[in-house]
Design a protein around this ligand. Structure first.
Ligand code: SAM
Length: 206
């Protein structure tokens, strides 16, 4: 999460949080870097960030893959476990009152959670099956006039995997969402309300 993308996430979270449409939700905590940006926004807006992760790493974070970090492997189990690191990050940022870490598999958690959310940020697994499950599980839980943020959207296959880009394109094509801006690989979408107006999208200034 490069800083410009983190700051764009923070600003989007702040605007969405202040609408009062619901809490903020993140799929993919990892070590909680993005959760600190969104958690700071949640605190300032007077709401909460829920951040979901099973903490065992995506496919592309497993041993043998380019993004694997051996320091996130629990020596007792030999399995990736980023939960202690995420908890430490949130604590050191002073955000324990604003960030709720939810440990579980995203689509399974979604079955028991209605929403709505003022903002959902999708940055979980990037494999086709897992990412599609995240989009179909969580995008419908964004409130009308709420915001959906998607990470790692690359139009050029030379820059990165195409799954988030394809799913982002499908949402845009549905007519239910309108584009809300781009920073690096971060894309924002605003959910249309009945009549076609969006709320968060109209509040460009903080
Ligand atoms: C790219 S990392 C998230 C990075 C984080 N948002 C940041 O910018 O600091 C993706 C995370 O999604 C988690 N993940 C992948 N598939 C998941 C699933 N089906 N359910 C829950 N978490 C999942 C992985 O464990 C990993 O920690």
């Amino acid at each position: 999460m490069p800083e410009p993308e983190g700051m764009a996430l923070y600003q989007a979270g702040l605007v969405a949080g202040r609408t009062g449409l619901g809490p903020l939700l993140e799929i993919g905590t990892y070590c909680a870097k993005s959760a600190v940006y969104l958690g700071a926004a949640a605190r300032e807006a007077g709401t909460l960030l829920f951040s979901i992760d099973h903490h065992h790493g995506s496919e592309e974070l497993q041993p043998g893959w380019a993004h694997h970090d051996p320091e996130v492997v629990d020596p007792a189990t030999g399995v990736i476990d980023t939960l202690p690191l995420a908890r430490r990050t949130v604590r050191e940022a002073g955000l324990e009152d604003s960030v709720v870490l939810v440990v579980g598999e995203s689509a399974s958690v979604a079955k028991w959670w209605k929403g709505p959310f003022a903002m959902v940020f999708i940055d979980g697994g990037h494999g086709a099956h897992v990412a599609r499950a995240d989009f179909s599980s969580w995008a419908p839980k964004v409130s009308p006039r709420g915001t959906l943020a998607v990470h790692d959207v690359f139009a050029d296959p030379a820059e990165g995997g195409q799954v988030p880009y394809q799913l982002y394109g499908e949402l845009l094509g549905s007519g239910e969402w309108e584009p809300g801006g781009a920073t690096g690989s971060l894309r924002l979408l605003h959910r249309r309300a009945a009549g076609g107006l969006t709320g968060a999208g109209q509040q460009a200034t903080l």
